[in-house]
Design a protein around this ligand. Structure first.
Ligand code: PEP
Length: 245
């Protein structure tokens, strides 16, 4: 399976950061994996222009579940598609915790993304407390079952396993822990989507750096990465991309 390496800039970046897209173009050339960058919404359209004709796609970090309406401050998936976004992240743990986004809300956003022709990256992951209580697999399974809409296919969806305690902390689960959760995610996908479930890309996210990327990419059922902090600088992000065999 062709790996997918995604860079989530979160709420970082002014117009000057678009230079990182151009630098990334130069550093990645004919990449052997799919690359997608998620700048803040203000930069999406310009990032699409800068990435044109390269191996880099551009996505947004969230969308609303409705096509249009009285939702002040929100942006629909159709609006994102219109400005050239091809992907959207839904259910990132920062949105689940800050905006109390429930699994059903995440599923509705993913369905809206698919209707607009976008690929959703649906995020799931346990807290430190849930892992310490031995509930990581149970929590991730339940989140996934509730967050993937009926219209999910291997072409319109990727899953990101992001343990909350690993995001932005420098902490990373052991290889065995990553393998166990990714296998459980694959199992749920196969239960729901049958054979197509074997083709859905499952990304690992949480403190991925150039130093640990190759080991993580070697884990069964790890089909790429969702990278936060280390995606902000093209040089660092391209080192992670280079770790794809
Ligand atoms: C993320 O924001 O999805 C993430 C994985 O962040 P970081 O790589 O900084 O841990």
């Amino acid at each position: 399976m062709r790996k997918l390496i995604a860079g989530n800039w979160k709420m970082n970046g002014l117009a000057s950061s678009l230079a990182e897209i151009e630098a990334l173009r130069g550093l990645t050339g004919e990449a052997t994996c799919d690359i997608v960058v998620f700048p803040p919404l203000t930069l999406v359209e310009k990032a699409v222009e800068r990435a044109l004709g390269s191996a880099i796609s551009v996505g947004a970090q969230d969308c609303h579940a409705e096509f249009a309406g009285a939702y002040t401050g929100d942006i629909s998936a159709a609006m994102l598609a219109e400005i050239g976004a091809r992907f959207v992240i839904v259910g990132h743990s920062e949105r689940r915790s800050s905006y109390l986004e429930a699994d059903c809300a995440v599923a509705a956003k993913a369905a809206a993304a698919h209707r607009a022709g976008l690929t959703s990256i649906i995020c799931v992951g346990e807290t430190r407390q849930q892992r310490d209580e031995g509930k990581a697999i149970e929590v991730v399974r339940a989140q996934l079952e509730g967050s993937i809409p009926d219209c999910t296919t291997s072409t319109n969806t990727a899953i990101a396993y992001e343990p909350v305690w690993a995001i932005g902390t420098g902490l990373v689960p052991s290889i065995a822990e990553i393998e166990e959760v990714h296998a459980a995610i694959r199992h749920v996908l196969e239960e729901r989507l049958k054979r197509d479930g074997t083709l859905v890309r499952i990304l690992y996210g949480g403190s991925v750096k150039a130093a640990n990327a190759a080991a993580i990419f070697g884990v069964p059922n790890v089909d790429g990465a969702l990278v936060g902090g280390a995606s902000l600088k093209a040089s660092e992000f391209s080192d992670i991309i280079s770790a794809v065999a």
